[in-house]
Write a protein of this length. Structure first.
Length: 143
């Protein structure tokens, strides 16, 4: 009888420690520099605009990934273009990655903020990329 109670206590303790360890592992901040393109695309697919872009432009590539800091979010809000992308983002370091997608012809793109705390893409804007005198400029087309 004592042996059975001891075994049950040990098993319960082991399960409890495993659960606590798993919880703490999931709470550890993710190194956004090591996030794969497939992880980013998976989160982008949770945003209807980004998902539509990905479906319509299967030839897209990730042109740029930028880890946002408090300072870069503030600078983006006050910047000359694409300020909408930064609106509503919390001022936190190591939470968001700004992603630029572009299709193979280079005339349509997407700019999105991916939130690795909530595992979502809260904002995504389609871009029409225009070339004039060898320079590329962008215009947002949707939210």
């Amino acid at each position: 009888m004592k042996k059975n109670v001891l075994i049950i206590c040990v098993v319960t303790l082991a399960i409890l420690l495993a659960a606590i360890g798993l919880f703490l592992y999931n709470q550890k901040p993710q190194d956004l520099a090591k996030v794969s393109d497939s992880q980013i695309i998976s989160l982008l697919n949770k945003n209807s605009d980004a998902k539509e872009y990905i479906q319509n432009h299967s030839d897209f590539k990730i042109q740029n990934k930028t880890i946002l800091t408090k300072e870069s979010i503030m600078a983006g809000r006050n910047g000359a273009s694409f300020r909408e992308v930064y609106q509503g983002l919390e001022l936190q370091d190591n939470r968001y990655v700004l992603v630029n997608l572009i299709n193979s012809t280079g005339d349509k793109g997407l700019i999105a903020a991916v939130d690795f705390e909530t595992k979502t893409a809260p904002v995504a804007y389609g871009l029409l990329l225009l070339k004039a005198n060898g320079q590329t400029t962008g215009t947002t087309t949707n939210k």
